[in-house]
Design a protein around this ligand. Structure first.
Ligand code: HEC
Length: 189
């Protein structure tokens, strides 16, 4: 009986992996990394558009946002990326798990949830590694529509076409889901 209890205790502790408070701490880290990026990226973009115009501001999204995203990844130790069901950059194409969550966000939004608050996480097994995957939706606001909207100015369109011949990230309206931040945190190798 004692032996059995021990086995149950061991299997419980290994399958639980994360106590609720550990998961809460992880989620706090993810939210603050995403918050940090949002706080930097949007003003950077809006300032560049004001001072240099939207064509030059493309460079902010094109080079600066991947650089800033990588910097936050290095600082935190988990991978953080941007993705979308309609990506501009093909390297932001969602994987299977991200596609499932992006579709889930669209459903939840259609049922009335605020796009600003949509988030989801899951602990998954990938190639023998245990990972926490987390996503937070990115809504479309007014300044985004210059480069992602329905009436993109022709010089901006031309530059986007040149840089992203396979661009799908157009036709968005204010309030639509533009995409999401996606975090992969590997917790066991
Ligand atoms: C000046 C033009 C411009 C504006 C304004 C702009 N974007 Fe982008 N956006 C881009 C470019 C260029 C890319 C491709 C970046 C890359 O190569 O990774 C991009 C990519 C993205 C991506 C990554 C997924 C993808 O489609 O490849 C997201 C998410 C995104 N933008 C959201 C936004 C949001 C939200 C706003 C408004 C706050 C915004 N963008 C405003 C030009 C712009």
């Amino acid at each position: 009986m004692r032996y059995l209890c021990l086995i149950i205790a061991i299997s419980l502790s290994s399958s639980a992996v994360f106590a609720t408070e550990d998961m809460d701490a992880k989620l706090d880290n993810y939210r603050s990394a995403v918050g940090k990026l949002m706080k930097v990226l949007k003003p950077e973009l809006v300032n560049a558009m004001k001072s240099k115009g939207p064509v030059a501001a493309i460079e902010v999204c094109n080079t600066k946002s991947p650089t800033m995203t990588n910097a936050v990844s290095q600082e935190t130790g988990f991978v953080i990326q941007r993705t979308s069901l309609k990506p501009r950059n093909v390297s932001n194409t969602p994987d299977e798990w991200e596609t499932k969550v992006l579709n889930q966000f669209e459903d939840r939004k259609a049922k009335g949830e605020s796009p600003k608050k949509l988030e989801f996480y899951e602990i998954i097994e990938n190639d023998g590694k245990r990972q926490i995957r987390y996503m937070k939706a990115i809504p479309t606001s007014k300044p985004c529509t210059i480069c992602h909207g329905e009436m993109i100015p022709p010089p901006v369109q031309a530059k986007l076409k040149e840089l992203y011949p396979a661009d799908k990230a157009i036709g968005f309206k204010v309030g639509d889901l533009r995409g999401a931040f996606s975090i992969i945190d590997t917790i066991t190798q």
